[in-house]
Write a protein that binds this ligand. Structure first.
Ligand code: FDA
Length: 303
């Protein structure tokens, strides 16, 4: 309910104007590494020094024209170059609507292929983020195509709130592939997604354990410590090797938990977003936690 209200408000142009004007000073900078790639590089170096890997996201989604889609593709090619030059322990995460998917599927396919090819050449990896449900099918299709051409340099995200995801996971696990499993951050109708959080949490556990059992490399992307505890118990009982999975969290959320997992010898990674286009990302982070909205409202009142 809270999420629906916040995401609904986030679509209001007036709210968008206010938040865009003051948001960076009032909370967004907690979740966003900065406006430029050099800002992000400094953050990545700091995180790497603490024994944690990064996945770098250039913020942006739903580009409005082909020129913006080409610029987005170019920015990802540049990110892969910088990661290589500066020897950062980082891969990249991208959204297909930023590559032009809503304009032309073929354009997005070509952009994605260029980026994944570059990742293969630079011995790196591209994670395709998952967006809202109108894009699920096409995202998984493009992922399969890229996997066939460039495995193992590409992975995709699966969302536990969708009813379809367990079937998708089973279908896509021959051969074993590479998945990041998340709960899901968009506003989805009850026709496609579990409305109750407890069902999403239970499905999350089922998806992660199934993914590991089927031999997939699995990125366990959640800040839910109770779930992480249950999953670690499963990993221990099933003797899943440590190089078959990693824990991931978002920049600005529970870094201390991730660091203690790193100290225990688990692979860990922070999702680091940067760029000018931080608004939609920030709204989703607020929607995940009422306290984030309170923090923003207090900062607004103090101005
Ligand atoms: P849950 O929402 O139950 O939160 C558990 C606890 O974590 C909360 O009680 C709170 O303490 C803390 N917490 C969670 N979110 C917080 C926040 N924003 N601020 C402060 N504390 C917070 N989604 C998607 O649809 N497509 C995608 O591609 C991705 N990619 C992605 C990558 C990575 C690395 C992560 C960690 C997450 C995503 N997500 C995503 C987002 C995901 O779907 C989900 O919305 C968030 O991870 C929040 O869900 P949790 O699993 O953390 O559980």
């Amino acid at each position: 309910m809270f999420r629906e209200v916040v995401i609904g408000l986030g679509n209001n142009p007036l709210v968008e104007n206010v938040v865009k004007r003051y948001g960076m000073q009032m909370g967004a900078s907690r979740f966003v590494a900065g406006r430029t790639l050099p800002d992000a590089v400094r953050v990545i170096q700091d995180i790497n020094r603490q024994g944690v890997m990064v996945t770098l996201d250039h913020l942006g989604e739903s580009v409005k024209n082909r020129t913006e889609a080409v610029q987005a593709k170019e920015s990802y090619l540049a990110m892969l170059d910088v990661i290589k030059q500066k020897e950062l322990n980082a891969n990249v995460s991208l959204k297909l609507t930023m590559m032009g998917l809503a304009l032309d599927e073929d354009l997005a396919r070509r952009h994605l292929a260029e980026i994944v090819q570059k990742a293969a050449e630079t011995d790196n990896f591209v994670r395709i983020d998952m967006e809202d449900s109108p894009y699920t099918e096409v995202t998984l299709r493009l992922y399969e195509e890229m996997w066939d051409a460039y495995a193992p340099h590409v992975g995709v995200v699966l969302q536990a709130y969708l009813y379809r995801t367990l079937d998708d996971l089973k279908r896509l696990s021959t051969p074993p592939r590479n998945f990041r499993i998340v709960k899901g951050a968009y506003m989805e109708p009850v026709a496609v997604a579990f409305p109750n959080k407890a069902d999403v949490d239970e499905n999350y556990y089922r998806l992660v354990t199934t993914s590991l059992e089927l031999g997939n490399y699995t990125a366990i992307a959640t800040h839910d410590e109770a779930l992480i505890g249950r999953i670690l118990q499963f990993i221990h009982n099933a003797a899943i090797p440590r190089d078959q999975f990693e824990f991931q969290m978002l920049y600005g959320v529970k870094f201390s938990v991730l660091k203690s997992l790193a100290r225990e010898g688990y692979r860990t990674r922070v999702y680091v977003p940067y760029g000018e286009d931080w608004y939609a990302y920030y709204v989703r982070r607020i929607a995940e936690r009422p306290a984030n909205l309170l923090f923003f409202m207090r900062a607004l009142a103090d101005r």
